[in-house]
Ligand binder design. Structure first.
Ligand SMILES: Nc1ccn([C@@H]2O[C@H](COP(=O)(O)OP(=O)(O)OP(=O)(O)O)[C@@H](O)[C@H]2O)c(=O)n1
Ligand SMILES: C[C@](O)(CO)[C@H](O)COP(=O)(O)O
Length: 234
């Protein structure tokens, strides 16, 4: 019996506009290492994968300086306009080696703080689930909806019961993810994560509670936080 393979996609084709840095945020350094290298090494050291695909921006000038570019487990392809396009491109690049029933984990290059225990819990929980699922953190703050003015005023307090922050990795069957992302594209529906595409496709992913410190480095303050989180245990 051949077991389903396990593939890893790490979207790294963004430009990091919100970070307002001199380079795309995945190439900012923490303790002298590129964020992208930290993320890839934490994933590849934690779980066995049959292959790893990293979609890059067409104007990427940094990849060849990374540790990962010398890792034979890691391949690259051209990313796309949006994150979902980059993930679709990576799935296409893997399609000659992958089977529909294989698992694929998609994890943001900009999330370097992911913990091994969370990865193991995701795989063990989702591995027997018909659709797949994602790491997520229960919302712990009171949530306000603001109006659209430049100094937003409260419109309402949103009931946070049963609300979760979607994290990554998100883990789905290869074939189902391809179909779901293609369905979203064909219907011109913008999706910001893989789970949204599956939900639009009529599937019900499982939420796997993950650490809230699996942060996505997005704005300048996140860089200091990621540095602290990555180095507190040293
Ligand atoms: N066209 C895109 C856009 C984003 N990403 C990747 O998806 C992850 C999450 O996206 P986000 O945090 O939005 O990154 P950026 O798009 O770079 O950030 P910004 O929106 O601030 O430009 C990042 O690792 C980013 O590199 C990607 O592969 N392809
Ligand atoms: C995939 C994601 O990290 C889940 O929270 C998030 O949707 C990415 O959003 P971004 O705007 O592409 O950073």
């Amino acid at each position: 019996m051949t077991y389903p393979k396990r593939w890893l996609i790490v979207p790294a084709a963004g430009i990091g506009q919100r970070m307002q840095a001199e380079c795309p945020k995945q190439y900012l350094r923490i303790q002298s290492r590129f964020i992208l290298d930290i993320t890839l090494s934490r994933l590849l050291d934690a779980l066995p994968f049959d292959g790893c695909m990293v979609p890059l921006n067409s104007s990427d000038d940094w990849w060849n300086e990374t540790e990962a570019s010398r890792d034979t487990r890691v391949s690259t392809c051209m990313g796309g306009e949006e994150r979902a396009d980059s993930v679709r491109a990576a799935l296409q690049a893997l399609s000659d080696k992958a089977s529909p029933e294989d698992w694929v984990l998609v994890h943001d290059a900009a999330r370097p703080c992911v913990h091994r225990a969370d990865l193991e819990r995701l795989v063990s929980t989702v591995g027997s689930h018909p659709v797949g699922g994602l790491l997520a953190a229960p919302v712990a703050d009171t949530l306000k909806k603001g109006d659209k003015s430049t100094t937003p005023e409260v419109v309402e307090t949103v009931d946070r019961k049963h609300l979760w922050r979607a994290l990554t990795p998100q883990m789905f069957r290869f074939g189902m993810l391809v179909e779901a992302l293609e369905n979203a594209r064909r219907n011109e529906l913008s999706v910001t994560d893989e789970s949204s595409a599956l939900e639009i496709f009529g599937k019900i992913p499982v939420l796997v509670e993950g650490r809230p410190d699996n942060i996505k480095v997005t704005v300048p303050a996140d860089l200091e936080l990621a540095d602290f989180l990555l180095n507190r245990s040293k």
